[in-house]
Design a protein around this ligand. Structure first.
Ligand code: TUI
Length: 314
């Protein structure tokens, strides 16, 4: 992959970045992805700063390859967590759920590569101007907090609007998705849901099995009324949430219902009352495999997919 701009930028073998899934993307998963040639990413979510520091130390003890940290910009600890990233000289950060503009100078001063997630062309242009290194264009097929545009429509529009590398995210789970993403103008991909179904993922077995059971219509978008829509598996929690929205619950009441629910699903395995954030691509994830096998399978299938494209379209 010597010719791939993202591999050159991040010093990795394959242009595959792991999604920074809060509670799911632990040091174990991140190290496994980095060791397999991708970019493993620790999901900081709502972690307090010292918890993130120990997760970073753990990842460093498990891999000598480049790795990243995903910073959720709505975290109450965002400032302190950014400070830890700077102190630990984390090689790469990805950001989600907001505009990371104010933190970029301090990160770039120490050589950290900054790769924000964007859900719009406008933010993509603004962040390129500020000097970010690459962008993740994330479509609404993704799990968790999402924007309103699909990957198919967003990636080419972001790719046309900027010169820096664009990483496609949302709905990508195999070699077909990777080839499609590159056809749309992306330089690499971010994969989340498929890595949930990995041996090294430390999520509760109930959460992993929810991915295996899911079909293409198993997820819904919940919480749009709060301004923070999330893609999750429809369950008792989402029905209760809808009920409260219909009965005119306040924002505080809705926030209260959502609090701690991702942790309950991922760590405790409560997939009935918890928030099961996974992408639409779960419908084609059918087995739990070691991370290295997932990545090798995807990379090995690419020539076959490209051949099929060529035969169909020549
Ligand atoms: O961040 C994500 N996915 C996430 S974060 C998360 S934790 C959470 N928990 C409870 C409620 C909400 C979140 C679970 N999944 N993906 C990256 C992402 N970023 N998707 C969409 C965006 C985004 C949206 C708007 C990025 C920027 C943006 O613009 C803000 C602006 O200021 O223009």
């Amino acid at each position: 992959m010597v010719d791939n701009k993202l591999c050159q930028l991040l010093n990795i073998k394959y242009p595959i970045i792991q999604g920074g899934m809060a509670w799911v993307a632990t040091a174990e998963l991140a190290a496994a992805v980095s060791n397999a040639g991708g970019l493993g990413v620790i999901g900081a979510g709502h972690m307090p700063p010292e918890a993130l520091r120990s997760e970073i130390h753990k990842a460093k003890s498990m891999t000598d390859k480049p790795y990243g940290v995903n910073i959720m910009l709505m975290s109450p600890f965002v400032r302190e967590v950014m400070q830890v990233v700077v102190e630990e000289k984390v090689p790469v950060i990805t950001t989600g759920a907001g505009n990371p503009g104010e933190y970029i100078p301090a990160l770039q001063a120490i050589g950290t590569k900054v790769i924000p997630v964007v859900a719009s062309v406008a933010l993509a242009k603004r962040l390129e101007r500020i000097g970010v290194d690459a962008l993740i264009a994330e479509g609404m097929e993704s799990g968790g907090h999402i924007g309103e545009v699909t990957t198919m429509a967003l990636v080419p529009q972001v790719a046309d609007a900027v010169k820096i590398p664009v990483i496609a995210a949302g709905g990508i789970g195999d070699a077909r998705g990777v080839v499609a993403a590159v056809a749309l103008g992306a330089t690499g991909v971010q994969i989340g849901t498929r890595f949930v179904a990995s041996t090294e993922c430390t999520a509760h077995v109930n959460y992993k099995e929810a991915v295996l059971r899911a079909k293409e219509r198993s997820t819904i978008v919940s919480g749009s009324s709060t301004g923070h829509p999330v893609r999750v598996i429809a369950n008792k929690l989402t029905r209760e949430f809808e009920q409260m929205e219909r009965s005119g619950a306040t924002m505080e009441e809705l926030d209260q219902l959502g609090a701690g629910k991702l942790r309950a699903a991922v760590r405790d395995g409560d997939i009935v009352h918890g928030s099961v954030m996974i992408g639409q691509v779960a419908g084609m994830v059918t087995s739990i495999q070691p991370v290295a096998q997932i990545i090798e399978e995807i990379m090995n299938d690419i020539p076959k997919v490209m051949m099929q494209v060529k035969q169909s379209l020549n």
